[in-house]
Write a protein that binds this ligand. Structure first.
Ligand code: PEP
Ligand code: MG
Length: 749
């Protein structure tokens, strides 16, 4: 069968169109089966959804089978070929389905004629979503290539189908009671969420709590059902536009931000709820507010974290509908050139604000590692998080200076503060200009080649890496797309992201660090359970090895994306040789599986590990023989070596990169790597601090992975270093034993 069905995977616009035409969630699923059967040239395509409470699969949409069986045909896990595919989490392909002992005949469904059968389970992380099935009357119809393509399509659509499933299930639930919500300042110390500076007039936007007026609020105008329908159409168009725009710029994180909202507009329960109220005489704005409120209450009351996340989507869609109905703020540029202050923002708000030309953002809630901060960073939007509610009362046109490099906010800043700010801004601009003076190669004073690579979090960071002529990616923190999304990205989604990265870096070295979640990087949709010490808990490689299905999906995606190029895979937080070997085995197994499935992939990636734990010091020799390379994550290495929580302000004075134990350990690691001729680099923040450069070069480190905008500064500093002197200096440093002594040495640098 021709390969053109793979087109569906990358062509999101086709999917957006499916959204566009569908009148309800059920109709949306019907559209999907029609689309797939067309792409796969199968006579039948069906979606079965799995329900945990009844442990049953239910036929929810079909093209080709009897439509009356939708909602009627049910099977237990393991029952029939479809139930078996889900139970065993594998694709089942039968040339002659009725001959398989597992085949189960459902009278009236009309599948007798279709002997060729292919079922692919939809599983996301540990959640069973359902099964997608295609069938054909011609025996032996599906080829190996079809299985691959169908699997890819299923994987790409699983998330959207799951959202539809959650929304449909929600309509069946009873409404539950809800929970309630919550001068002149000169200087406020907040936390930097996303770096940068801004000096501008502030605008307070109360998007969250006041985003929807009280349900009983009187609106001066009386609107009609037709006005509401018009607002729905407008909302839909806006969302589709946003979806397409964002897809272009931030495809790794944003592709799901709007699909959930578009689906809300297809949700009959939600839309009919509003229409019914309007037909019963409620003014449309009040009808929207009431319905949104009842939905947010339902979401709040449900333990499933997926659904709690979706509460934000309902609020957002409600706000959008309301604004379109009331024709509020449609010049789109109202906030241009301003600093926005908000209690809370949604990811879509920040995307919208950034396209409107907002200079900076202050939010009162949301952690520095929140979705919001990550999005702000990739959008290059300065952001400070400051839990100071008085900020919400700032009078209009108040001037605010935002120093998001360190998290400071100055209200009505004096001339001296502005002067310092301007000075620092100039320095920043100069740093930016340095970009133009970057040399092709980084060399020490005596001409030794040093490699400077980039650390990246999101695909959008690749642009900067290229601008700063980075020699490659030394650390790709793959968890960021996982953190921003509302559930585990599928293999296919990850593949698309990783392939874009590979294409974006054109033959340069790329090191994929496998999922490093846990600790301060929790996933909103995964219940880690309460951990007293999350940094010592179920994080990083421990998580991946515990959840092999998630790990394997990621490794398969990386290997597939690495087809035809040189890639490196490294594991975070490895504590033992056993752990490293177990993780390496997973990579080898995935490569074998892909070969068996005849899927293009990289069969021989370099497989290395991060050095972040002190335990590995005593088994370095053995690890050096097992691993292809080492990369030292000093951020964690210092934390674990010195038992200092890297996120705890109170013990920040004990976090000492210059501690002799840390320095001697780094030397030991470097020497062992050299002995076994293993590639070694440093990718923690210490590599960005020029004070330690001489030492690193002195102990033999020749490769650093840093933030791209640090490249000019580090390159210039390296050019000043003479290696013979660096070796001597390293020796002197290694002979010190007291923190006070090493601190004194580095203070002078
Ligand atoms: C490190 O620990 O130094 C590192 C590079 O990884 P992360 O900062 O992502 O923990
Ligand atoms: Mg780390």
């Amino acid at each position: 069968m021709p390969r053109d069905h793979v087109k569906l995977i990358s062509d999101l616009s086709e999917l957006v169109e499916v959204f566009h035409d569908a009148q309800s969630l059920e109709a949306f699923l019907q559209k999907i089966v029609a689309l797939i059967s067309e792409h796969m040239r199968s006579e039948v395509c069906s979606i079965y959804l799995y329900y945990d409470n009844t442990q049953e699969l239910v036929l929810k949409a079909t093209k080709g089978l009897n439509l009356d069986s939708v909602g009627q045909v049910k099977m237990k896990l393991g029952e029939g070929l479809t139930g078996l595919a889900l139970q065993e989490a594998r694709a089942i392909c039968e040339k002659h389905a009725s001959r398989n002992p597992h085949f189960k005949h459902f009278p009236g469904i009309g599948e007798e004629r279709y002997e060729s059968f292919l079922a692919v389970p939809m599983i996301r992380g540990q959640t069973k979503i359902g099964v997608m099935v295609i069938q054909n009357s011609q025996r032996n119809y599906f080829s190996e290539q079809d299985i691959q393509a169908f699997r890819a399509i299923t994987s790409q659509l699983a998330n959207t189908i799951e959202t539809a499933k959650l929304l449909m299930a929600l309509n069946d639930r009873p409404t539950l009671p809800t929970a309630a919500v919550p001068a002149e300042l000169k200087f406020i110390k907040g936390r930097a969420g996303s770096p940068g500076f801004a000096l501008a007039e502030a605008v307070v936007i109360d998007l969250h709590h006041a985003r929807l007026p009280a349900a009983h609020q009187q609106f001066p105008e009386r609107y009609t059902l037709e006005d509401f329908s018009q607002a729905v159409r407008q909302t839909e168009e806006q969302l589709e536009d946003l979806q397409n725009q964002i897809e272009e710029h931030l495809s790794d994180i944003a592709s799901l931000i709007f699909t959930a909202q578009i689906l809300m507009l297809k949700d009959k329960g939600f839309m009919d709820g509003i229409s019914e109220l309007i037909q019963n005489g409620v003014n449309p704005p009040n009808a929207i507010i009431q319905t949104v409120e009842s939905y947010t209450q339902k979401f709040e009351a449900i333990a499933n974290p997926y659904l709690r996340e979706k509460k934000q989507d309902v609020l957002d869609i409600g706000k959008r509908l309301l604004e379109n109905l009331l024709k509020i703020n449609h010049d789109g540029k109202k906030y241009a050139g301003h600093i926005m202050i908000a209690q809370e923002l949604l990811p879509s708000d920040i995307l919208k604000l950034s396209t409107q030309g907002v200079r900076g953002i202050i939010v009162l809630s949301g952690g520095a590692s929140s979705h919001l901060a990550i999005l702000a960073r990739s959008l290059l939007m300065p952001m400070v998080i400051a839990d100071t509610p008085e900020l919400l009362a700032l009078p209009p046109q108040t001037k605010v200076l935002l120093d998001a490099e360190i998290g400071n906010i100055y209200v009505n800043p004096g001339a001296d503060v502005i002067k310092t700010f301007e000075q620092r801004n100039k320095e920043r601009a100069l740093l930016h200009q340095l970009k133009d003076s970057i040399a092709q190669e980084t060399k020490t004073k005596d001409g030794t080649k040093i490699t400077l690579l980039s650390n990246i979090n999101l695909l959008s960071d690749v642009k900067m890496a290229r601008e700063y002529q980075s020699e490659g990616i030394g650390l790709y923190r793959t968890e960021f797309p996982f953190l921003v999304r509302s559930n585990f990205p599928t293999e296919e989604e990850q593949y698309v992201i990783y392939r874009k990265l590979v294409d974006g870096m054109k033959d340069k070295e790329i090191t994929f660090r496998t999922l490093d979640i846990g600790g301060d990087k929790v996933l909103s949709y995964y219940n880690f359970g309460k951990e007293e010490n999350p940094f010592l808990g179920m994080r990083s490689i421990r998580f991946s090895l515990k959840h092999k299905e998630i790990f394997e999906q990621q490794i398969r995606a990386i290997l597939r994306a690495g087809a035809g190029v040189h890639i490196r895979i490294m594991f975070p937080m490895v504590s033992s040789l056993d752990e490293f070997l177990e993780a390496k085995d997973v990579v080898l197994k995935c490569a074998r599986d892909l070969a068996g499935e005849k899927i293009e992939h990289n069969a021989k990636p370099d497989i290395g590990m991060m050095i972040e734990l002190p335990s590995v010091l005593e088994i370095l020799e053995e690890l050096a023989q097992a691993a292809d390379f080492f990369s030292i994550g000093t951020n964690d290495f210092i934390q674990y070596m010195l038992a200092v929580d890297r996120t705890n302000e109170k013990v920040a004075d004990f976090y000492l990169p210059q501690h002799p134990a840390v320095l001697r350990a780094l030397n030991r690691i470097a020497k062992t790597a050299q002995k076994y001729k293993k590639d070694i680099s440093i990718c923690g923040d210490m590599a960005q601090d020029t004070r330690y450069l001489m030492y690193f070069l002195g102990i033999g480190i020749r490769k650093f992975s840093i933030n791209s905008d640090c490249i000019p500064r580090i390159q210039a500093a390296i050019a000043q270093v003479d290696l013979a002197r660096a070796r001597k200096e390293a020796k002197r440093i290694l002979s010190q034993v007291r923190v006070s002594e090493t601190s004194a040495i580095f203070e002078q640098k």
